[in-house]
Design a protein around this ligand. Structure first.
Ligand SMILES: *Cc1c(COP(=O)(O)O)cnc(C)c1O
Length: 396
């Protein structure tokens, strides 16, 4: 393993104690008998799939739900032993052998896929079936489920470990729980259609973050929270949600260069850097490619020396130009905060969401995996990642 060093001065900091607390609070909410499968697709919504999986495995999550076989392989190669479900992103017929090799659980939604998997998988291999109850996207139609289940059962090779479905309304029940209840009824009817066999399926799940928090009626034996793990509750009207806190605590940078622009005809000489007056410019590491919005150039600011430092001009792929007029003491190497606290000032991620017009989860998934990510646990630096490579840093 190569030794970890930070080479590029634009990085993210995570407090994984918050993730741990979010998981434990969510577990308390849903009760000890409900199985939990955190959804950690899309690089754990940008939070870094390997460190997140390690924490959740340690906390006692029952399954992990990931978006691709590649993510599943990454987790196995980094020592994750717990059951991993792949949501749905390939034709099982073409990659069934890889599911077997890495012990990944496939989502089965067609007879062809079931047959192809049964042909290569050891007897008793676990599968999940996804049913569509009203999201109108992926899954066996709820009304067709009993017949589909019979077909799978007849293969006599695969163990149906889970049946799951996805909520159609991202932020209900603020929007009203009627649709959710209708989805639940379709789900319940589909399960009733297989009689006593339903009880042999350990993980039966429809509830996501808001469902898990606010609608005990639909929890069944499992829940699949995504956003709750990242400290976000989409519910505004219900009080009984746990105390969720964002594991993403800081996005930082440093001054790479200071440029006293003193001569020339501004605006013409500097075709890309539009200035109306001579300027002391600070060049900050980090730009559009890292996930910083172009909107930051329209009157936006970052924190420097514990104060607001305005953006001075355009933003490019890997840099932002700051206006250092009011920072005569600023020097190369000084720390900058894009998200987080500095001195008495703070820019929460929710402020960036508003300023940059980025909804959840895009504010997180826009964070480029190439940025260094530093992970803290119990007040100590514990690990780092860059380009999804995991570097353990605890001194054990
Ligand atoms: C992403 C995902 C979830 C998590 O949804 P949240 O509303 O963020 O909790 C649940 N189920 C499936 C199938 C998903 O893909």
């Amino acid at each position: 393993m190569k030794q970890y060093r930070m080479y590029r001065n634009c990085w993210l900091e995570f407090n994984l104690d918050n993730l741990e607390n979010n998981f434990r609070n969510f577990k308390k909410m849903v009760g000890p008998d409900v199985l939990i499968m955190p959804a950690i697709k899309a690089n754990a919504y940008g939070h870094g799939i390997v460190p997140v999986a390690k924490v959740l495995e340690e906390c006692g999550a029952n399954y992990l739900g990931v978006g691709s076989v590649d993510e599943g392989i990454t987790l196995r190669e980094n020592g994750i032993k717990m059951p991993i479900l792949i949501f749905c992103s390939n034709l099982i017929q073409e990659v069934a052998d890889v599911y077997v090799e890495y012990d990944l659980i496939p989502t089965i939604i067609s007879e062809e896929a079931a047959q192809a998997y049964a042909a290569v998988a050891p007897a008793g291999s676990k599968i999940f079936i996804k049913i569509d109850t009203g999201r109108g996207r992926i899954g066996v139609n709820a009304e067709k489920f009993p017949e589909f289940f019979k077909t799978i059962k007849a293969l006599d090779k695969l163990k149906v470990e889970g049946v799951y479905s996805h909520m159609a309304q991202a932020n209900w029940p603020d929007a009203g729980a009627d649709y959710a209840m209708w989805q639940y009824e379709r789900f319940a009817k589909a399960l009733a259609g297989i009689g006593e066999d339903a009880e042999t399926i350990p993980f039966r799940q429809l509830a996501n973050t808001p469902g898990g928090i606010a609608l005990p009626e639909i929890r069944m034996t499992g829940v699949c929270p995504g956003r709750a793990m990242w400290g976000y509750s989409p519910l505004s009207k219900r009080a009984e949600h746990p105390d969720l806190q964002a594991p993403l605590v800081a996005w930082k940078s440093r001054l790479a260069h200071i440029n006293e622009v003193i001569g020339g005809k501004f605006g013409d000489n500097f075709a890309a850097t539009k200035l109306t007056k001579p300027l002391r410019m600070g060049i900050m590491v980090g730009g559009i490619s890292d996930g910083i919005s172009k909107k930051i150039a329209n009157g936006g600011y970052v924190l420097l020396h514990g104060r607001k430092c305005p953006v001075g001009s355009s933003i490019s792929l890997e840099h932002v130009i700051l206006d250092l007029t009011d920072f005569p003491d600023a020097k190369v190497g000084d720390e900058i905060v894009i998200i987080g606290k500095q001195g008495a000032e703070e820019i929460p991620y929710t402020q960036r969401m508003q300023e940059w017009d980025l909804p959840i989860p895009k504010i997180w998934t826009d964070l480029n995996p190439h940025m260094d990510r530093l992970y803290y646990r119990h007040g100590k630096l514990w690990a780092a990642t860059k380009d999804k490579v995991f570097y353990p840093l605890d001194a054990k």
